[in-house]
Write a protein that binds this ligand. Structure first.
Ligand SMILES: Cc1cc2nc3c(=O)[nH]c(=O)nc-3n(C[C@H](O)[C@H](O)[C@H](O)COP(=O)(O)O)c2cc1C
Length: 201
């Protein structure tokens, strides 16, 4: 697939079929993730792939509970058509996460900076490019993903469930599966209205 087409049509997919993900495809996505840039080429990301049905069930419970807390904390629910669609879609994922064949955690070290004592940007800046590369590779293979973070509301329980040692935190949790919806170009704000040339204006 053409790289630009993959970029333009990669969007949040939250409805999946029960079809399993081929192991070779999962590794293609992970290799793509690992090709992403990182500050000083430190490559801080750890990938934790969950396929075990019992673990997925427990993650589904934690995610649904986290999503409920998130929804309750939102001051105003969106009332426009796009906002309502995202809300319904996000709630669907929260109710069905356990059925998604693969759930990938992107873990990052709990530290201020990748290089002690100097600010070369937040650690997360060296992790999210890997997440997006993973999602783009999945798209190229016809697989769906969504970058999610709501599980951080139950971060301690989730890390404990997955046996993650101290010193690591969740950057993202990405469900991966065959989409039960179609890929399309999402409507976004016009980039021309958000771009300045040479001076802030
Ligand atoms: C940092 C970040 C956190 C997100 N967390 C969640 C989440 O926890 N659950 C979820 O369903 N979607 C989550 N999303 C997905 C967004 O809702 C989605 O990217 C946005 O609505 C645009 O969707 P679209 O590309 O399909 O138009 C997150 C996206 C980002 C970038």
């Amino acid at each position: 697939m053409d790289a630009l087409e993959a970029i333009m049509t990669t969007r949040a997919i939250r409805r999946f079929t029960a079809e399993p993900v081929a192991e070779a495809d999962l590794w293609t996505c992970l290799r793509a993730a690992q090709q992403a840039p990182s500050g000083g080429n430190v490559q801080p990301t750890r990938y934790l792939v969950v396929t075990d049905p019992d673990l997925r069930t427990k993650l589904g419970e934690l995610y649904l509970s986290a999503f409920g807390r998130y929804a309750a904390a939102m001051p105003d629910r969106p009332t426009d058509a796009v906002g309502k669609r995202i809300g319904r879609s996000a709630f669907h994922l929260a109710r069905t996460l356990a059925a998604v064949p693969v759930i990938v955690f992107f873990l990052m070290p709990r530290q201020e900076s990748l290089v002690e004592g100097v600010d070369i940007g937040p650690v997360a800046a060296s992790v999210y490019p890997a997440v997006q590369n993973f999602c783009l590779a999945a798209r190229a293979l016809g697989l769906g993903t969504t970058l999610t973070t709501v599980i951080r509301i139950h971060q301690a329980e989730t890390l404990d469930l997955l046996g993650v040692p101290d010193g690591w935190e969740i950057a993202a949790m990405v469900p991966l599966g065959h989409p039960a919806e179609t890929f399309s170009i999402a409507v976004r704000k016009d980039v021309a209205g958000l771009t300045m040339i040479n001076r802030w204006s």
